[in-house]
Design a protein around this ligand. Sequence first.
Ligand code: ADP
Length: 419
Amino acid sequence: MPLLLGCIADDFTGATDLANTLVKGGMTAVQVIGVPTGPLPEADAVIIALKSRTAPVGEAVAQSLAACEALLAAGAKQIFWKYCSTFDSTDQGNIGPVADALLKRLGSGFALACPAFPTNGRTIYLGHLFVGNALLNESGMENHPLTPMTDANLVRVLGRQTDGAVGLVPFTSVEQGAAATRQAMMRLAEQGRRYAIVDAVTDQHLLAIGEAAAQHALITGGSGVAMGLPENFRRAGLLPARGDAASLPPMQGMAAVVAGSCSRATLGQIGLARDHVPVLELDALATPDAAALTAQALDWVEGKLAADRPVVIAASAPPEKVAALQAKLGRDAAGALIETAMAAIAEGLVARGVGRLVVAGGETSGAVVQRLGVTALRIGPEIDPGVPWTFAEPRGLHLALKSGNFGARDFFLKAFDHG
Ligand code: ADP
C-alpha cells in the first residue's frame, strides 16, 4: 500500500482530528508521534504529530522539514501542513515560516491556506475568520496565553509571518465550485502571490477547495479542508474503495478509563459513569504524592477489572478543588503530579491486563502515551465526533484519547460498546 498523503501537524490532538477526517473519507491513516526515527507504518495517509505550535520558529521549521523528508522518502504524493482551525500563531510564526520552508523543499511557489471547520463553527468570509458568531479577535482567542489572536483578517495575519505575498480567493469564487476556485488560485499564483487564504462557510466549500487543490504539492489548513482529499486520490485511481478504512485488530483485554481532565464535559462523564461502573476519585489534596496515588489506585482496582465494562479512575476535580491543590503546590507542580500519577496508573492497568483504555485530557493523554512508549496510533472507528478508537504501536493496545471537552455524557460507557 503506497503512501498517498503525508501530513505534518503542529500538535497531538490536531493530528488525531485530521487522521479521523481522512479515515471517515475512506483512507487508512496512522498518526506517528514525533519525527519518525525508523520506517513509516503502512497506510494511505501518515500524520506526523509534532509539538511545534508554540516552539521557537527555527525548531518548528527544522522539525517540520525532517517530518517532510520522512514522508517524501516513503513516497508521499502530496504534503499537508495542518494547524489549528483558529490559526493559532504569532507574528513570528509558526504557520508562515513552516509553510515557506515546505514550499521551498517541494519546489513549489504557491499554496492555499484554509483553517475553516464549519462543523465546529470556524468559517472564513472575505478572509475573516469567525468562531461561531464572533470574529476571531472577539472570540476569546484574543486572550489566549500563548498565541493571542488579535486580528481576524487572515490575509493580514499570514502576511505578517512570511515574505511572500498573500491573496484571497473570495466566497463568490468558492461558491461556484472546484473549477472556479482552481482558476482563482491560478490567477493569484500568476500574479506572484505565494499564498491564498480561501473563504469557506460550508462543508460543500471545503470539498470544492479540496478538489481544486488536487495537483498542489502542498496544502495548508485545518482538518476541514482535508475532507475533499480522499476523493482526489480515488479519482486518480490511486485509492481503492475501502469499506474498512477504520478497521482495527479485535479488541482484547480488560476495559478502563483514566481521567486527568477537569473540563466540564469530563466531569459530567464521570458523574454519569458513577451510576453504572466502579469509579475511584483520587484526592490529590489529601495525598499529594504521585507514587502514593498510583498505589491507592492499583490497590483499589484489584478484583474489579472486567472486559465488558470499564473501571474509571479519575483525578478530575471541580474548579475549587483544582484551585486548592494549585495554591498548595503551584500550578505547574500540581499538573505534573497528577500527570505523573495518571501515566503510572495507566501503565499499571496495562500490566494487569487492560487492553482497551480511554484517557480523558489532552495533557494527560500526552503523559500516558509517553509513559507507554507509544510511537504510532492506527486510527479506527469514531466513538463521538473527533474521538476515534486507535490501536497503539508497539504496545498492541486500544487507546481512545479524549480531549477534555469532547464526547457526550455517556462517552465512558459508549466507548466500550464498540469493538
Ligand atoms: P483537558 O483536555 O481537559 O484540558 P488536560 O489533561 O489537558 O485536560 O489538562 C488537565 C490538567 O489538570 C492536567 O495537567 C492535570 O494533571 C491537571 N489536573 C487534573 N486533576 C487535577 C486536580 N484535582 N487538581 C489540580 N490539577 C489537576
